[in-house]
Design a protein around this ligand. Structure first.
Ligand code: ATP
Ligand code: MG
Length: 143
């Protein structure tokens, strides 16, 4: 067993379109467990820091503005190969290229407004979880 944790965000478009339950249902149906969860409004500084890796990209300014356009819901998902599994459930960044049945193919409007974020590797997952949650906020399975 390779039990991992990953950071997931329902982005402002997902919250605005009332998709929180739909996205959570997909995580749970896939066997991922939600072990921490919170809704928050990102500040500009937080959004800039979270996506700092993209700061040289042409879409960075728009991405930051989109991420602060409304509240987001952040969660820690736990499960077997959770990082890769979560990325599979999300689908490709561009919903037009995402596989059928994925969150982005089914629910996203565009390559920018694509409903969800997911950590892309083990180190990113550790850092992104710590960005939103203290260790004491995370509630692992007891049995
Ligand atoms: P995320 O990091 O949000 O999980 P991702 O890993 O699939 O998504 P990245 O390449 O890390 O994609 O891009 C981060 C986010 O920036 C995308 O999810 C999307 O919201 C936005 N984005 C990426 N590429 C573009 C683009 N070409 N034009 C506009 N926005 C983009
Ligand atoms: Mg990414």
């Amino acid at each position: 067993m390779n039990i991992e944790r990953t950071l997931s965000i329902i982005k402002p478009d997902g919250v605005e379109k009332n998709l929180i339950g739909e996205v959570y249902r997909r995580f749970e149906q896939a066997g991922l467990r939600i072990v921490a969860s919170r809704m928050l409004q990102l500040s500009q500084a937080q959004a800039e820091a979270f996506y700092a890796v993209h700061r040289e990209r042409p879409f960075y300014r728009d991405l930051v503005n989109y991420m602060i356009s409304g509240p987001v819901v952040a969660q820690v998902l736990e499960g077997e190969n959770a990082i890769e599994r979560h990325r599979e459930i999300m689908g490709a960044t561009d919903p037009k290229k995402a596989a059928k049945g994925t969150i982005r193919a089914d629910l996203a409007a565009s390559i920018e407004e694509n409903v969800v974020h997911g950590s892309d590797g083990a180190e990113t997952a550790r850092n992104e979880i710590a960005f939103f949650f203290a260790q004491s906020d995370i509630c692992p399975r007891l049995r």
